[in-house]
Design a protein around this ligand. Structure first.
Ligand SMILES: Cc1ncc(COP(=O)(O)O)c(C=O)c1O
Length: 394
């Protein structure tokens, strides 16, 4: 059995490699502190669970979801209201909003919808893997746009080769950024809109972490920039904001033509979302947002504790203004190791699982990412173990 060439072209999924090593270390009796995957550990809002259970019992909800169904229409209207409340951006619920089975699904399908084999997708590197793997699976041309520390991990779009830009059909952006935790202000989006003017490039802005923000920082939307809706869509998810990653629900909003084409692709592939999940999403998106504040407060305490802990050990890292990630350069004395080798060392010698920078693309080399998805006590254990490792080896 030979899988299609497009599967063979995919780079090895380094997170699977990390999982395998972690499994081996756990089997050897080590209680691994797992900071590798961005899988939220906090509870989903109780009102979502209650509504899911209630709606799951209704006969009508056992059937296929239909675009013109009552719940489906209400969900889109709820998303439109949420967008006005959150970003002061007006959206037409019928033409500019598309619910997704998690935002990862929509991001992959955006590439499948728009890329021919002679189309370039501009993908910042490092990035959340589906931004680049989706391009490869769609059979498009992947062009990595480096995100460098000295540019505060922002792409230098104006410096791109004209021939590359001419062939480009898609650009992915995502701030607050996974894995570097960088944030941007609205001026950055104004520059993007200015650059995109006159080019036939679709911008897909992934806002998975729009609400996991600290110290008064508020995430802007690209759609707040005048004219940006002409060429862009934004992706959202309930996975991070509401700790509902296993539920698989997100949405795409923005340009009606892009949404319509993406919808067409999905029509041939899936049947939408379980109605009980849609009903629960309506409940959380339209209800009080205290649950989000609580979630953010927990991450903020972990961030302060963990970053200060690493700094005390002598590992220089910054406190991010958003996400629950810490992007850390491999300490000098281990800098001869690749990020994968260093990840393996941390796992085998210290029992701490992290994500190797190269799992996010070639420009992630030299770094690892901590995901603060274990509680403070466990983070304390991780810090102790890292300290010991750095001391012994030093
Ligand atoms: C930047 C980014 N986008 C999208 C996703 C996927 O989210 P979802 O659960 O909605 O598929 C993630 C998950 O880690 C992410 O980090």
């Amino acid at each position: 059995m030979h899988p299609a060439n497009r599967l063979k072209r995919l780079p090895p999924y380094l997170f699977t490699v990390v999982d395998e090593i972690r499994e081996r270390v756990v089997k050897s009796g080590v209680d691994v502190v797992d900071l590798s995957m961005g899988s939220p550990d906090q509870a989903a809002p109780p009102q979502a669970i209650e509504e899911l259970c209630r709606a799951a019992k209704e006969a009508e909800n056992q059937r296929y979801s239909r675009e013109d169904g009552k719940i489906e229409k209400k969900l889109k209207q709820t998303i439109a209201n949420w967008y006005v409340e959150r970003f002061a951006v007006e959206l037409n619920p019928e033409t500019e909003i598309l619910p997704l089975i998690g935002s990862k699904e929509g991001i992959a399908h955006l590439s499948l919808t728009f890329l021919n084999n002679d189309d370039i997708a501009l993908v910042p590197s490092p990035a959340y893997p589906v931004h680049f793997n989706g391009v490869i699976m769609a059979g498009g041309i992947l062009y990595n746009v480096p995100l460098k520390e000295e540019n505060d991990y922002k792409p230098e779009l104006k410096k791109l080769d004209k021939n590359i830009t001419r062939m480009a059909k898609l650009l992915f952006l995502s701030y607050p950024h996974n894995p570097t935790a960088t944030v941007v202000d609205i001026d950055f989006f104004k520059e993007v809109a200015d650059w995109a003017k006159g080019k036939e490039i679709i911008v897909g802005n992934d806002l998975a972490y729009s609400d996991i923000t600290f110290d008064g920082y508020k995430t802007p939307s690209l759609l707040q920039v005048k004219g940006a809706k002409d060429f862009s869509v934004e992706f959202h998810t309930l996975s991070k904001t509401y700790n509902m990653s296993g539920w698989r629900i997100g949405f795409c909003v923005g340009n009606a033509n892009i949404i319509s084409a993406l919808k067409k692709t999905k029509t041939y592939i899936d049947f939408g979302l379980f109605r009980a999940i849609q009903s629960a999403a309506i409940k959380v998106l339209s209800g009080p947002q205290d649950c989000v504040r609580k979630t953010v407060e927990v991450y903020k305490k972990r961030r302060d504790f963990f970053v200060e802990g690493l700094q005390k050990i002598g590992w220089k890292v910054k406190k991010p203004k958003a996400t629950f990630y810490i992007w850390a350069r491999i300490p000098l004395k281990y800098s001869a190791l690749t990020s994968m080798e260093f990840t393996q060392l941390l796992l085998e010698e210290a029992g701490v699982a992290t994500a190797p920078g190269t799992g996010f693309g070639e420009y992630g080399e030299g770094f690892i990412r901590f995901a603060l998805v274990e509680d403070k006590q466990r983070l304390g254990i991780a810090l102790e173990r890292i300290k010991k490792l750095l001391e012994i080896e030093g």
